[in-house]
Design a binder for this molecule. Sequence first.
Ligand SMILES: C[S@@+](CC[C@H](N)C(=O)[O-])C[C@H]1O[C@@H](n2cnc3c(N)ncnc32)[C@H](O)[C@@H]1O
Length: 301
Amino acid sequence: MIFSDPRIKMSEEEYRLIRDFVYSNSGISFDESAKFLLERRLYHRLEIHGLSNYKDYHRYLLYGPDKDMELNSVLDILTTNETYFYREQCQLKAFTDEVLPEIMERKKNIRIWSAGCSTGEEPYTIAMLVLDKIQRNSWDIEIFAHDISHRAIRAARHGIYSDSSFRTTEECYKNRFFEPCGDGKFKIKDEVKRLVKFGQLNLLDANRMGLLGKMDVVFCRNVIIYFDTQAKKNVIENLYNRLDEGSYLLLGHSESLINISTAFILQNLKNDIIYRKPFLSGSIDGADNIANNIKINRKVR
Ligand SMILES: C[S@@+](CC[C@H](N)C(=O)[O-])C[C@H]1O[C@@H](n2cnc3c(N)ncnc32)[C@H](O)[C@@H]1O
């Protein structure tokens, strides 16, 4: 990605216009200190469109002939796509050893969603765990993966990764599920790839999310960290509506629902603490209701 030296300065007013535009289209919020970052990252777009100031660029984002494509370019540039395989191992162990077996006792068709999947490392990890740990003969397990960034989804579908994606991957899994493809890179094998269905989606878009149907487990890790409180509330409510009763929500280790939602139950598992949507009939054994002031002592991963 090219981040040019910004020879055109962004005024405070232009910064507010563009920052608010990005927020309303993604939920991603930038604070007052991010003006230089936006200026540096978006300058190249002004060059491409032959524009001389950010006010005109904002107008282009609203009314330009290819405004939808331009929005995609902005989101590709401004989203943080940091991710890697087998991220947050305690949580993954809770998923394979406790969450999946519990669901498998109740259901034959299991639907898992990586919401904010970036370049694919998270959903492919889920697929590798399923292939490694689960006897799938009697169960139909579907894995869905979405991100707002088209570029990230393209990379995920491509499925080629370099060293930084493997920082916590054991060599045996790398050998089993990847094949070298030159330049020190590795390609995900088809047996993993075919388990994951990718798509572009904004987690603030409740209507399009509704088309996905109900999920049994949602991984939404390290996504809401970039949102302000209102956007967090909106996204979590949308995810709540996508979850079936008794289903699980897995957030990143630095994220919690404190001051965001009291609709979930906090369940202490052996390997981690996990949010769960209650059954309509009542609460879940062993689960503690979340009060806004509960401190979550998540295990160190
Ligand atoms: C830091 S990555 C996390 C990737 C992965 N979940 C993980 O934990 O490794 C955050 C991802 O959230 C995506 N994202 C941000 N806002 C989004 C939104 N409104 N809808 C969908 N995805 C979004 C970004 O594009 C980015 O790829």
